[in-house]
Design a binder for this molecule. Structure first.
Ligand code: SF4
Length: 310
């Protein structure tokens, strides 16, 4: 028998929940088609679900008609893009996460004071792409030590500040941050961490159980194609834990469960609770039993929203 332990917090963070509520509300109130820039959240299953309901995921404003309705995803959009939306007479509702906005506000503030910004992030992630809209000549995105080395000469005499994408692996970020501080001794950093509470809590919950319960294996529901999720998997591999990332139960090769006695399950901030519940139900039909949920911290936050068009 496999004993299942369930991580908490897991699944949708309050801001992802709000973005989904806004999309549901807009579909009900205004009817399809509703346009969303990029993806409302990074989750292929959710995106496919909404495509079937008539949601069109598209950043290209040329494809959106005058008076069309657009929702800005949780990843935020630049004020310059919003101006273009207004110029095209497109209506919008903003579902951006304020914790992403906070980093962009910091970026703006430092750019106005003539700082150059080193930004730890993923070059193809929406948050990083949007921050470049602020000033692509003075913001330098680094993913790894090699990227930092390439900047040493260019930035050695500059006034510098370090900012970070909100959804990175905390330990990867810490390692790269130390590398940067060792090379740019005077670089400044805002007082509060840019990595958001939801990302931090979900990573800590997984680490905690690996350390305390001495589990054999870990299943995390998350988009397999997310580079961020694969980086986190590398960290769990360091603990010699058998781990797997799946989008849903149907992706799970049941051979993965062989020889496992203690299984830890979690899900990331863009994954609905239904997917985890469904996974547990199906595992329970395969010689597994839910033992307990282990909560490392309470997330009580919930946010209101309105559907007024701007
Ligand atoms: S994961 Fe973090 S940054 Fe992303 S929506 Fe949730 S709280 Fe905001």
């Amino acid at each position: 028998m496999i004993n299942i332990y369930l991580a908490s917090p897991r699944g949708y963070c309050a801001w992802v929940n709000r973005a989904i509520n806004i999309l549901n509300g807009a579909l009900e109130k205004y009817k399809a088609p509703i346009f969303v820039n990029h993806e409302i959240i990074h989750n292929k299953i959710i995106i496919d679900y909404y495509k079937n309901k008539g949601v069109i995921f598209d950043d290209n404003l040329e494809n959106i008609p005058e008076n069309g309705i657009m929702i800005f995803s949780a990843h935020w959009v630049s004020p310059k893009y919003i101006q273009k939306v207004k110029d095209k007479w497109i209506n919008y509702i903003d579902a951006s996460c304020p914790l992403v906005i906070k980093v962009h506000t910091e970026a703006k503030k430092f750019l106005q004071k003539w700082y150059k910004i080193i930004y730890i992030g993923q070059k193809k992630h929406q948050e990083a792409l949007w921050i470049l809209w602020e000033d692509k000549n003075n913001i330098f995105i680094v993913e790894n030590k090699k990227d930092v080395d390439l900047l040493r000469n260019t930035l050695k005499d500059e006034k510098l500040v370090l900012l970070t994408q909100t959804t990175l692996s905390v330990s990867d970020k810490d390692e790269l941050e130390k590398y940067i501080f060792d090379r740019f001794k005077k670089i400044e950093k805002p007082d509060t961490s840019d990595i958001c509470y939801a990302t931090t809590n979900r990573q800590n919950a997984v680490k905690k159980l690996i350390e305390v319960k001495k589990i054999d294996a870990l299943i995390v529901i998350w988009s397999k194609n997310s580079s961020n999720s694969n980086k986190l998997k590398n960290i769990w591999d360091k603990y010699w834990i058998k781990s797997i990332l799946i989008d849903r139960f149907e992706d799970l090769d049941l051979n993965f469960l062989k020889w496992i006695k203690k299984l830890w399950i979690s899900s990331w901030a863009s994954v609905s609770h239904d997917l985890v519940n469904n996974l547990i139900k199906k595992l329970e039909k395969n010689n597994a039993k839910l033992i307990e949920e282990i909560k490392i911290v309470e997330e009580k936050i919930n946010f209101n929203f309105d559907l007024e068009l701007k």
